[in-house]
Design a protein around this ligand. Structure first.
Ligand SMILES: [Mg+2]
Length: 408
């Protein structure tokens, strides 16, 4: 590669050690690189990268940093589907660096290599030259290049939509509820998966506004459906970050009151991992929600680390088993065991049990046999726009010949 190309490269340095930042900068300058950005923490690095006006070819990151370490940073890069190259630097055992490198590769990141501290200029130069700007493809799929400022605009311009996935009772198949799922139809990039934009919203403090918008839309759709005769509940997902606003139960109650719904028609879904946050505040909020009559669901059950103690403390009304333990559980002994004991636990706690990810007849049969109450998944229906729900419900009612699914 001609050295001329190097001067067009831009590098982002991430290291909590100011001396190291300076030393790396000097080395990069001496090999002709002009665009050098320095940050002393991973959060600032993500913020910088999330701005689409900033272009970076290579991120050179330390592994050991307070708050967010290099491994966590790689995971974020992976989930954002970003297209730069990465060089990892550390004073740790070279074998550890190698395992981190393969972790990064599993995330489909372009890892140029790893460097041990103290870094030698020749090694750094050789590694930087491995970056191939021509080989750098256009962003891969909708996940790529989704940036925080665009999301902010989408929330402000009310571009986020709500889709609904039906939940049906396993005994007679009647529709008991819908789960509201946020969808973002990007004007140029198409549908952006929630796994991507919810993560960005959490990272950049937009999750409150996002949840607020989704909640309002879900409530008004559910009120409309109930007015047409559908006797259903609506489940809305709440992030851990939102569950620290002490006034939340009051805010939700007010929204409900003006809609014509009752709080018992609304289920608040809380992921298991969010319970790991400040338990006192979370417990306060969730208990008051329950007092106000909202249903409380523990979502993605099985994937987090909730203790039985927490399950006992929080007045959950529903346990929702993660799809990874449901779909194809009949063929997987470990999944089946977790599925079976989760259903058993819900029965013993005397709360409703919902199986997510029921995609085939075999999945349905297994959860039915194990005594689950409610199912949600592609086998019944995919998430759909509100306007499609009524048509779907009518067809579904006819198909199953279940009279009470079709409102008069
Ligand atoms: Mg959910």
């Amino acid at each position: 590669m001609a050295t001329g190309e190097l001067e067009n490269f831009s590098c982002l340095l991430v290291d909590d050690d100011p001396f190291m930042l300076k030393a790396l900068s000097k080395m990069l300058e001496s090999i002709g690189i002009q665009g050098i950005i320095q940050t002393d923490n991973a959060q600032d690095a993500l913020k910088y990268l999330a701005n689409r006006n900033n272009h970076i070819d290579i991120v050179i990151s330390d592994l050991n940093m307070p708050n967010m370490d290099g491994i966590q940073l790689l995971r974020h890069f992976g989930s954002l589907g970003m297209s730069f190259s990465v060089i990892l630097v550390s004073g740790e055992d070279p074998r550890l660096l190698e395992s981190v490198k393969s972790l990064g590769e599993q995330q489909k990141l372009n890892i140029l290599g790893t460097l041990n501290k103290p870094v030698r200029k020749d090694d750094l130069e050789a590694m930087v030259k491995l970056h191939n700007p021509i080989g750098k493809q256009a962003p891969n799929g909708p996940a790529a290049m989704v940036f925080a400022d665009e999301l902010q605009r989408a929330i402000m311009n009310d571009e986020l939509e709500v889709f609904f996935q039906p939940q049906v009772a396993i005994d007679d198949g009647h529709i008991v509820g819908i789960e509201a799922l946020a969808r973002w139809n990007h004007p140029e990039k198409g549908w952006i998966p929630p796994g991507i934009f919810i993560g960005i919203a959490e990272k950049y403090n937009m999750i409150g506004d996002l949840t607020d918008s989704i909640f309002q839309k879900s409530i008004s759709e559910a009120a409309h459906l109930r007015s047409l005769g559908f006797d259903i509940t609506v489940s809305v997902n709440f992030s851990a970050q939102v569950l620290c606003v002490l006034e939340l139960p009051e805010i939700l109650s007010e929204t409900i009151q003006s809609s014509g719904l009752e709080s018992s028609h609304v289920v608040i879904e809380v992921t298991e991992s969010s319970l790991a946050q400040d338990m006192n505040i979370t417990l306060d909020i969730l208990t008051r929600m329950r007092l106000k009559g909202f249903g409380l669901s523990i979502d993605d059950f099985g994937t987090g680390f909730s203790s039985l103690e927490q399950l006992k403390q929080i007045p959950f009304t529903e346990l929702k088993i993660d799809r990874s333990f449901v779909h194809q559980a009949a063929e997987n002994r470990a999944s089946r065991a977790i599925l079976e004991s989760s259903i058993d636990l819900a029965q013993k706690l005397n709360i409703e049990c919902v199986a997510e990810g029921v995609e085939t007849e075999a999945d349905w049969k297994l959860v039915e046999e194990l005594g689950c109450d409610i199912v949600q998944g592609y086998y019944t229906a995919k998430p759909m726009a509100a306007r499609d729900f009524i048509t779907w419900a009518k067809e579904y009612g006819l198909q199953r010949n279940v009279q009470d699914t079709t409102p008069k």
